[in-house]
Ligand binder design. Structure first.
Ligand SMILES: Cc1ncc(COP(=O)(O)O)c(C=O)c1O
Length: 385
């Protein structure tokens, strides 16, 4: 018996849908709806007083729940609205006009991050994107070779969104720190399904969001910054919540808060923080080690089923190099995915990769078989639409 299946009753959609899309939008825990009602009730009954009764601190109190998933200490994670904003905050901490102006990014990074980095070119940044030799993997040596004395920041995706390739963060941090560079890791596709400990890894920055494996819904991204860097970092992308005394409403330049509030900007997305908490609590309760153990077992099984069905897989076969997704490289992937959804099997399609299929802690083994069966049937039928 799989003890994690006891969680299924907490996720209403699992009652009628084969939910293989937690790498894109994790299933909603029913507690999230309770939390959202709590938000409404608090707003309705407490009005403006809600700010001093918890709302103001929520970016940090909710951040603590994420912190315990990714190995950060109390007060070291702040909630923002999404990863793109976190990336802008972090990169705005640096002077890109100096000689040390290289921003080394991995070719499998999420495009939104790249859009932020390339925008920095007008401030003097030299963006060096290390290409993946096959579009799916990026041997760590290639990244290490690109990190030099003129590198200011290295940006890397822990698990690549397109192929589920799992990158060796420790080697990258070691090399970057040796030459005086810092590292930002995008944990979006790992946190909640692959164990990660930002402190043990000595990451300088980490970011991610709640939509996927954390089952937290949209509007809640997180940012971790290594505590001993706080004093030195003064984000240009800022706002009044980052001020040491926000309610002094001082004119002129900001005086940054001494704590992690210095990485915030304006009013937080309070309802999203209410709804996101439930997913974090559940992941903390289960523990990522147990989720990973099951994920390795089920992704391995998916690959076996694909082999048996004669379907090609675009994901590392070695579980040590693989996140929580298996990608099926099939013809007409987009149409097949659409038809799967019509049949109540949810997965998604990414150009250049294929159909992404992701079991999570709530997935049954029968659902794996059903999904691969449906993909096989649909790819065999000549789809024309
Ligand atoms: C690895 C990764 N980073 C970033 C994002 C997007 O982040 P956001 O929409 O929070 O900016 C995604 C997902 O869609 C992703 O998979």
């Amino acid at each position: 018996m799989d003890p994690l299946l006891a969680w299924r009753k907490e996720f209403p959609i699992l009652g009628h849908t084969t939910y293989m899309i937690s790498h894109s939008l994790g299933a909603m825990p029913q507690r999230a709806a309770v939390r959202l009602r709590e938000f409404g009730d608090t707003w309705a009954s407490r009005g403006i007083r809600a700010w001093e009764e918890g709302w103001w601190e929520m970016p940090v109190t909710v951040g603590n729940l994420v912190g315990s998933i990714i190995g950060a200490g109390e007060g070291e994670v702040v909630m923002q609205q999404n990863v793109s904003i976190c990336q802008s905050v972090v990169t705005s901490c640096f002077d890109w006009s100096r000689r040390r102006n290289r921003l080394v990014t991995d070719g499998l990074n999420f495009p939104s991050n790249d859009y932020v980095y390339h925008g920095l070119a007008r401030l003097g940044a030299r963006v060096v994107s290390v290409p993946s030799p096959d579009g799916l993997t990026l041997p760590v040596e290639l990244l290490l070779d690109a990190i030099d004395q003129e590198t200011q920041l290295v940006s890397v995706s822990h698990v690549a969104f397109r192929s589920s390739y799992l990158q060796d963060l420790a080697a990258i941090v070691e090399r970057a720190h040796k030459v005086g560079a810092m590292v930002i890791a995008d944990l979006y596709q790992s946190a909640g399904t692959v164990p990660v400990n930002v402190r043990e890894l000595q990451l300088d920055f980490a970011t991610g969001g709640s939509v996927k494996w954390l089952c937290g819904g949209p509007g809640a991204g997180y940012l971790y910054v290594r505590r001993d860097l706080w004093d030195r970092l003064k984000p240009v992308a800022t706002g009044w919540m980052a001020h040491e005394e926000p309610f002094a409403f001082e004119d002129g330049p900001i005086r940054y808060a001494g704590d992690a509030f210095r990485f915030l900007n304006g009013t937080p997305n309070v309802p999203a923080l209410y709804s996101a908490r439930s997913g974090y609590e559940i992941i903390n309760e289960i523990g990522v080690a147990a989720i990973r153990e099951k994920s390795i077992r089920q992704t391995t099984r998916l690959i076996e089923l694909a082999d048996e069905a004669g379907l090609r897989v675009n994901t590392p076969r070695d579980a040590r190099c693989r996140g929580g997704v298996v990608i099926f490289a099939v013809e007409n992937g987009k149409q097949v995915t659409r038809e799967l959804a019509r049949r109540e099997v949810l997965a998604d399609y990414r150009p250049g990769a294929g159909i992404r299929v992701a079991p999570h802690f709530y997935t049954t083994d029968e659902e794996l078989e059903h999904t691969v069966d449906e993909i096989r049937t649909l790819t065999q039928a000549a789809l024309t639409v």
